[in-house]
Ligand binder design. Structure first.
Ligand SMILES: C[S@@+](CC[C@H](N)C(=O)[O-])C[C@H]1O[C@@H](n2cnc3c(N)ncnc32)[C@H](O)[C@@H]1O
Length: 220
């Protein structure tokens, strides 16, 4: 069994049992190897836009003798996914929120059979939640973890509709409920950063100052 980083292992913990997965932006392909070895998924497509990344994935998959079981595909986003694939789960990890949202929105018709979307992104999480909810997914689970002194958020979306408050979209509805020590400490740090930013921002930057103050009020 290959050993995953804390971040990748946390992503794997959100993948439904017996799911059929496409990992968009698989890079090294380690998550896909693990998902197969752990018997979490029995059909896996490891896909990447970058030839070298996919070569890396292929080598790792071959090293683990899974080349007949994990398919690799070169291409942009969901362009590599076909209706005949019968995939029900998409994983997008280690990308910015805008890239992740574009990947899904560029191929909306391919989401018809997709029950679960798992995204690990560290930028613009409020935007990410809002956009994925707009395309008719709800937030089933969220994990906040620390790996190598970095904090990561992983969100599991499930097909369905649900309304969320501004606060839930900003902090994460499930993260708010779980309210872990890490979540509390992370929020304290973010609040300190916002206060510092406000202090450094010239008084004539009225709109920027207003936006920061609004964010501060959410934390408080
Ligand atoms: C930082 S790596 C993350 C790798 C892995 N998913 C992880 O979480 O460890 C991002 C990967 O996404 C790939 N990528 C970026 N944009 C992509 C796109 N539009 N379609 C497919 N792959 C993409 C990159 O080539 C790169 O291999």
């Amino acid at each position: 069994m290959i050993k995953l980083s804390t971040r990748l292992e946390a992503i794997s913990s959100l993948v439904p049992n017996k799911s059929k997965v496409i990992d968009v932006g698989c890079d090294h392909g380690l998550l896909d190897i693990y998902l197969y070895q752990k018997k979490i998924s029995d059909k896996i497509i490891a896909s990447d836009i970058n030839e070298n990344a996919l070569k890396n994935a292929k080598e790792n998959i071959e090293k683990n003798k899974l080349e007949k079981l994990i398919e690799t595909r070169l291409g942009n986003g969901l362009d590599t996914l076909y209706e005949t694939d019968e995939i029900d789960t998409i994983i997008i990890s280690g990308m910015g929120a805008h890239t992740a949202v574009d990947i899904l929105k560029n191929n909306l018709q391919k989401l018809e059979k997709i029950k679960t979307i798992i995204i690990q992104s560290n930028t613009k999480l409020e935007f990410l939640r809002k956009e994925i909810i707009k395309i008719n997914y709800l937030i089933e689970d969220e994990i906040l973890i620390e790996d190598n002194k970095k904090i990561y958020t992983i969100i599991k979306f499930r097909k369905g509709k649900k309304k969320y408050s501004k606060k839930e979209l900003y902090f994460g509805p499930i993260l708010l409920k779980k309210n872990t020590k890490l979540f509390q400490n992370n929020n304290k740090l973010e609040l300190e950063k916002l206060y510092l930013l406000l202090k450094l921002l010239p008084k004539n930057k009225i709109i920027d100052r207003y936006k920061i103050k609004k964010k501060i009020s959410m934390y408080e």
